[in-house]
Design a protein around this ligand. Structure first.
Ligand SMILES: Cc1ncc(COP(=O)(O)O)c(C=O)c1O
Length: 417
């Protein structure tokens, strides 16, 4: 044997397809193709002003060394105060752990609470990295489908069944506002969830990157429900709210004992989040509310444009998202008609529909089986380009000849009619 074998986990590791499609889109663009990029959930706007200035100042002031693993004390203090201001939940810096974005907390949560064989309820379609992070700990995943006819809200009956009937039920992953569907759990959903969880040996991972992208009412966190701080790790990011995805900055709110454990996980893996990045985030929280809210309004308008345009396309069933900058139309009738699976349709729009132009988006199955028959569009392009993208889509689905030629080259996307 010339090389050591990989672990079973490594051999089956899956990631976010959005990054693969992003790479293809960039490659096509480099060859001169006009690609409208709606594949990844990134902001097209600059990081907010005070974040930029503070990041540069922090470099010039020499904040370029290690710092405490759970985060800079001043930043944790700022986050705790702001958390009460924004979500009405009273916490202190001991409840806060700073991390490089929101995603890595999936892994830390799993390491904190799960032993091999423990069962975890995941609402599906789901963020693609939940599965690998759960598999990393050998957890058993139980899926509960989010349905368009239920506005993609969590099904509490499934939660009840899971807790009562699954012998090793241990955790639930909730993501509200939800990527990819744009669904949001209501106050009643949060209350019902808390009633099922509080007092039991169940941990909740509450993934809340879109807390500033709620288009109806205010953002609700399960942490606001009595008793839920003992059960929950709620995670937030600067990627979406402050357009800071490349800085890698986020934080988790939890019980102090759990925060201490997550701090140790950062200690043993990352050491700390770069202080220059934390100081940029602190400035964003302290000074950039207005700019953030202006940007959120722009996203809301984009979502409305995209939905309005998609509603005009025959065969598309689309809901106005209650939150997030994603639109998730049901295109199953179009897929059936064309004989192509939904991610095949997405790739056809990018690669096959036209020589000189393409639209990059994702098939719903990139977010699990329950996403089959849907497309996910993000809104990361100028308003007029969104209109252009839907017009391109409407035209492309009329070209059965081109779809057939694409399927000839990519038979894996073929769907039986
Ligand atoms: C549901 C969900 N969780 C986590 C993340 C990761 O965010 P971050 O860039 O902060 O790691 C995203 C980003 O798209 C997301 O949509």
């Amino acid at each position: 044997m010339s090389q050591p074998t990989l672990s079973l986990f490594a051999s089956g590791l899956t990631g976010e397809t959005a990054f693969d499609v992003l790479a293809i889109a960039k490659k096509l663009k480099a060859t001169g193709k006009d690609v409208i990029e709606l594949q990844i959930g990134d902001s097209p706007f600059n990081s907010t002003k005070n974040a930029l200035v503070s990041g540069v100042n922090a470099i010039n002031q020499g904040m370029t060394h290690y710092c405490p693993s759970p985060g800079l004390p001043s930043f944790r203090e700022t986050i705790a105060k702001n958390y009460f201001k924004e979500f009405g939940v009273k916490i202190g810096p001991e409840n806060v752990t700073v991390g490089p974005g929101a995603k890595v907390f999936e892994q830390f949560f799993c390491e904190a609470f799960l032993n091999p064989g423990d069962a975890v309820l995941v609402f599906s379609p789901q963020f693609p990295t939940y599965k690998p992070n759960l598999e990393r700990r050998g957890a058993k995943i139980v899926y509960s489908s989010l349905k368009q006819e239920n506005q993609f809200r969590p099904n509490l009956k499934d939660v009840e069944d899971f807790i009562n009937n699954e012998p090793k039920a241990k955790a639930i992953f909730l993501n509200s506002p939800h990527n990819p569907t744009g669904g949001v759990a209501t106050e009643d959903d949060m209350k019902g969830l808390a009633k099922l969880i509080v007092g039991k040996n169940i941990a909740l991972f509450s993934d809340e990157p879109y807390c500033h992208m709620v288009w109806k009412g205010k953002h609700l966190t399960p942490l606001a429900q009595p008793g839920m701080l003992d059960h929950t790790v709620a995670v937030y990011t600067f990627s979406k709210s402050y357009s800071m995805s490349g800085w890698r900055l986020g934080y988790a709110i939890s019980d102090p004992k759990v925060a201490e454990i997550i701090g140790k996980m950062i200690n043993t893996s990352l050491s700390c989040v770069p202080p220059i990045v934390q100081l940029a985030g602190q400035a964003a929280i302290e000074n950039d509310d207005n700019e953030r809210d202006e940007v959120m309004k722009k996203f809301h308008k984009k979502v409305e444009i995209l939905v309005r345009e998609l509603e005009k396309v025959p065969g598309v069933k689309v809901l106005m998202p209650v939150g997030t900058f994603y639109v998730f139309p049901d295109v199953s009738a179009i897929c059936d008609e064309l004989g192509i699976v939904s991610h095949g349709l997405a790739m056809y729009l990018l690669e096959g529909a036209d020589e000189n132009k393409g639209v990059a988006c994702l098939g719903g199955e990139c977010f699990g089986e329950a996403g089959k028959g849907f497309l996910r569009f993000s809104c990361a392009e100028p308003d007029e380009r969104l209109i252009e993208a839907v017009a391109f889509f409407a035209d492309a689905i009329k070209r059965q000849d081109r779809v057939n030629a694409y399927l000839e080259k990519n038979p894996k996307y073929r769907k039986n009619r």
